[in-house]
Design a protein around this ligand. Structure first.
Ligand SMILES: [Zn+2]
Length: 132
């Protein structure tokens, strides 16, 4: 179903730009796997009120498999709300939208940034633990 906005030239351009900026699946990359991204996902689904043509950070490059997992978990009624189960080697949830990482008050930073850095509340905990 290639409906609006996916049928528009504007979306095609945006998708192309995103994939050239992020040629690898961002979710697989979090797991240390290099998989070519074929899909560009709206982080906030249009159906959930997200913009149809968001800025780059509102989009995520995904492989077909990660995109379908994400869509099933988040964008469909009855989805569990957590797109990616499990934790990475850093002990943080793999799902960049996991409430633990977003913390409710921490805006998602650029792609990959959330993967590399603990969310604000985690950082302040580290500061406390390290006494700096
Ligand atoms: Zn993937």
């Amino acid at each position: 179903m290639a409906d609006w906005p996916y049928s528009t030239a504007r979306w095609q351009r945006l998708r192309k730009a995103k994939l050239s900026e992020s040629p690898l699946c961002e979710t697989c990359e979090r797991r240390g796997r290099k998989v070519e991204a074929q899909h560009v996902d709206h982080i906030v689904a249009i159906a959930a009120g997200g913009p149809a043509f968001p800025v780059m950070d509102g989009l995520r490059a995904l492989c077909a498999s990660c995109h379908s997992i994400k869509t099933n978990a988040l964008d469909r009624a009855g989805g569990k709300g957590v797109a990616i189960k499990g934790c990475g080697v850093d002990g943080l949830p793999l799902d960049p939208d996991h409430p633990f990482l977003t913390g409710g008050d921490t805006p998602l930073e650029g792609r990959g940034a959330v993967a590399q850095r603990p969310a604000a509340h985690t950082a302040s905990q580290l500061v406390r633990d390290w006494g700096v």
